[in-house]
Design a protein around this ligand. Structure first.
Ligand SMILES: [Zn+2]
Length: 715
């Protein structure tokens, strides 16, 4: 019954808002008219040209986390926060980071002939298509992997496709061992840290990760500087941290690495085994990987393992090709800097219920798309909030904006800050993330189910540079969803209404992870995407951005507006606009899927399904309270927020207690992509019926607790 009413309302609203008009009513507001005025004032401020200037300034030089250039970007962001009237702090942490001192990768044939000596510098022909004005900057580090140890190893090479669990199993099945070998894998399919995690478990002594042109290069389209795709010398840097175990500073899971943290509180390096890579890993371009792959013999690789280099791929392992990896890393405690800006809330009953929004600031090299496009948009959001402050607006709830550092090394700045503020964040009402803010014109979003409709509503209020609203264009783009694969930021949700814009599920790979998956803060992640073949390379720079992503910065402006409305609506809503009915329905669906995937294990799903259905119907009842004009809001809001916390299991997931959310986690073997009801699904994948039943019981308890909270408040 309530579903029908809800759908009728939404249909009416969509009819009213043909193009970026102000809605008459918005879920969570008793009366939207005052908010509509603030929204209009806000939307007029974010400026495309200024966003372009922020981007140019932030990306002028490489600004790797903890470098002095990184500190300069912190000062720039802090300056803009202060200008807008935010109470601003630069917050340092001391964390473990590796910096490459010497990276040498050489390949030889068995008779000693050198076939490759790398890594080759990232370089394109300066005479063709305008070349690249940034590639000769002396401050570009050689391509390396964050969290890789030093190492000096020589070994035979085995090609392991994407380095997924299935790929390693397949190699074992065909009798190709990776034990004491150097494994060559291609990027794609899973998080790079998972490739190393698995290679290490299978006994490899080193890992090389390259970008195959089939997934990321000429096979996708014209390469830079002619087109947006990865050129042959382009390398994808990146962390190989064991993110699915825990993110953040590897020595301090669960606690903050403040500068004064005593040494005794840090896990000694000798005890990090299993939590961190212990074998060396390094990325390669396809220019450097090709000679190795071409020389491999042994069995022909399975058909789906063949990439787009012009020869037949073999599995190797025969001693025909040897690789010598010599990596010298300077791994040390280094200082990083978050910038945190605050606007105090005015509502005495809710001013401590923080609305947090953030983006990271550090980059592997220049980081035009990742992350500076997000930071430039965020600074224009802050510009808009500053304009409202000058007009006398004050939010009900406290707004906290974070510019996180060392995200690239493993979500470190955001994780340390979230761990430090775990108590107040236990009742933070939302965390809004952006990272790859703009790489093209297609809007994408992921969110916890309770906020999926919230994101859609906001996009209906923002006009698209393509005409109509962002929401309209988002739906159109999804009609013919392209396969972008790189990076896997936005996964398709399990269920969605066919005629509505699809909002993905939150996996990992960006700063929302500590908020939602460790602390249970309802989160969203937004970006505007396009063909982006320079991810984590030196070519992700201002020149690439103005040629291929957003030459006039109009998508920057769009993202600043959407990000800002998310913050404003969450800070000022009378009633928190969470939709627990949709949340419950998604969980029912996840359980039904798990049930049909596990028939052999003979598990009892009945209690969990009953609990999920109870949660869904409690969600329907609370919706009525959320919309009732007379409801007193403080206690209702407390209950709405508590329901998400109830989904946390204090003991966390098996083998990885830092991850406490029972509905979403990065997959142990996928890393980026969300595994839903992870405790249950991973036990099923492992064919462990006892563990699966225990996990079902834990999930049942959490769902009943969450339903109970909502039922009490709906009375
Ligand atoms: Zn990023």
């Amino acid at each position: 019954m309530h579903i029908a009413r809800y759908l009728a309302c939404t249909a009416l609203f969509s009819a009213l808002i043909a193009s970026a008009q102000t809605p008459q009513q918005v879920f969570g507001y008793r009366d939207f008219s005052q908010q509509a005025k603030w929204d209009a004032s806000f939307l007029s401020v974010p400026d495309a040209k200024l966003a372009g200037e922020h981007l140019k300034t932030l990306t002028a030089v490489p600004h790797w986390a903890s470098s002095e250039q990184d500190y300069a970007t912190a000062l720039y962001v802090a300056g803009k926060f202060k200008e807008a009237g935010l109470e601003t702090q630069i917050v340092p942490y001391k964390v473990l980071l590796n910096k490459p001192v010497k990276i040498s990768i050489e390949a030889f044939t068995a008779d000693g002939k050198k076939i490759m000596s790398g890594p080759s510098p990232e370089h394109v022909d300066p005479k063709k298509y305008g070349g690249d004005p940034f590639q000769d900057d002396p401050n570009i580090f050689p391509a390396f992997n964050g969290s890789s140890p030093s190492g000096d190893v020589t070994g035979e090479v085995v090609y392991a496709n994407y380095g997924s669990l299935a790929d390693f199993k397949r190699l074992a099945q065909v009798g190709v061992s990776v034990k004491d070998k150097i494994v060559l894998v291609r990027y794609g399919s899973n998080f790079r840290g998972v490739k190393v995690y698995l290679a290490q478990q299978y006994g490899a002594k080193g890992v090389l990760i390259y970008s195959d042109p089939a997934d990321d290069g000429y096979f996708r389209g014209d390469v830079y500087p002619k087109g947006p795709y990865r050129p042959r010398s382009g390398v994808q840097r990146g962390s190989v941290q064991f993110l699915p175990i825990y993110p953040g500073d590897p020595q301090t899971p669960g606690i903050a690495s403040t500068p004064d943290l005593p040494e005794s509180k840090r896990i000694p390096l000798s005890q990090l085994k299993g939590n961190e890579p212990s074998i060396p890993a390094n990325p390669l371009s396809y220019e450097d990987a090709a000679p190795i792959l071409k020389c491999l013999d042994g069995p022909v690789s399975p058909h789906t393992w063949q990439g787009a280099l012009p020869f037949t791929y073999h599995l190797g392992g025969t001693g025909h090709v040897l690789v010598h990896m010599h990596l010298e890393q300077d791994t040390a405690l280094r200082t990083i800097w978050n910038v945190v800006g605050t606007i105090e809330g005015t509502d005495s009953s809710q001013k401590d219920d923080w609305v947090v929004a953030g983006n990271h600031r550090d980059a592997w090299v220049f980081g035009a798309v990742d992350p500076s496009s997000g930071t430039a948009a965020m600074l224009e959001t802050v510009h808009g909030l500053g304009a409202l402050l000058k007009q006398g607006w004050r939010p009900k709830r406290r707004i906290v904006i974070g510019s996180w550092d060392a995200e690239e090394e493993g979500l470190i700045g955001s994780t340390e800050w979230a761990e430090q503020h775990a108590n107040p964040l236990a009742h933070a009402v939302a965390y809004f993330n952006t990272d790859v803010g703009v790489s093209g014109p297609e809007f994408k979003a992921a969110a916890v189910p309770s906020l999926k409709q919230f994101v859609r509503e906001v996009t209906k209020q923002v006009s698209s540079p393509k005409g109509g609203t962002v929401y309209d264009q988002w739906k159109l783009d999804q009609k013919d969803e392209p396969d972008r694969r790189m990076p896997v930021a936005f996964t398709t949700p399990a269920i969605h209404a066919e005629d509505d814009a699809r909002v993905g599920d939150l996996g990992s790979g960006s700063d929302y992870t500590p908020f939602i998956q460790h602390l249970g803060v309802p989160s969203t992640d937004i970006g505007s995407e396009g063909p982006y073949g320079v991810y984590h390379s030196a070519f992700d720079n201002y020149n690439w951005f103005i040629k291929f992503a957003d030459p006039n910065f109009v998508y920057e402006q769009q993202q600043a507006r959407i990000f800002g409305l998310e913050i404003l609506h969450m800070a000022d809503a009378d009633v928190l606009p969470y939709d627990y009915q949709v949340y419950g329905r998604e969980i029912v669906h996840y359980l039904e899927e798990a049930q049909s995937n596990s028939s052999k294990l003979k598990l009892d799903f009945a209690p969990a399904l009953a609990a999920a259905q109870r949660f869904e119907s409690a969600g329907a009842s609370i919706r009525i309270r959320q919309q009732a004009p007379s409801t007193t809001t403080a206690s209702l809001n407390r209950a709405l927020r508590e329901a998400e916390s109830a989904l946390l299991a204090p003991e966390g997931l098996p083998h990885r207690p830092w991850y406490k959310h029972t509905i979403y986690a990065p997959g142990e073997y996928t890393g980026y992509a969300a595994v839903v009801i992870p405790g249950v699904n991973e036990a099923i994948t492992a064919s462990d019926a006892t563990r699966a039943q225990t996990q079902l019981a834990q999930l049942t308890e959490c769902l009943n607790r969450a339903a109970g909270v909502l039922e009490a408040a709906a009375k």
